[in-house]
Design a binder for this molecule. Sequence first.
Ligand code: DQA
Length: 145
Amino acid sequence: MKVLFLNGPNLNLLGTRQPEIYGHTTLADIERRVRERAHTLNVELEFRQTNGEGQLVDWLHEARGQFQAVVLNAAAYTHTSVALRDAISALGLPVIEIHLSNIHAREEFRHHSLIAAVCRGQICGFGANSYILGLEAAVSLNALA
Ligand code: DQA
């Protein structure tokens, strides 16, 4: 099985960005942990980050035929992007929405996810472990398929 991890804007700053919310773990640390878990689950991974909305849309388009599932931390675009929602709707692959923080316990504008309704499910609030849980969710979907 091949799983694509996509990370949106400002996640390249993890480690120093608002550590009281996001912790001290860098995105490279998270990638390393996800790769370790993926290895034990016999899953192949691609792990990418971009600050661009259009790049995320392009990567979602390209996922078709190459990956069995996408785990997506769309970061701030979660709350704003109709383009991402439409790309997920068009994809025909399961997309699992993840967040480090519990978006429902934060500012009101973060409570609403424009992508939630077109994703298979949402995992949020577990810090870096949200990524591991996202991987496990992707694997469980594949096992059920
Ligand atoms: C985030 C939550 C978003 O609201 C925020 O804009 C982010 C990170 C998270 O992982 O907790 O950039 O997606």
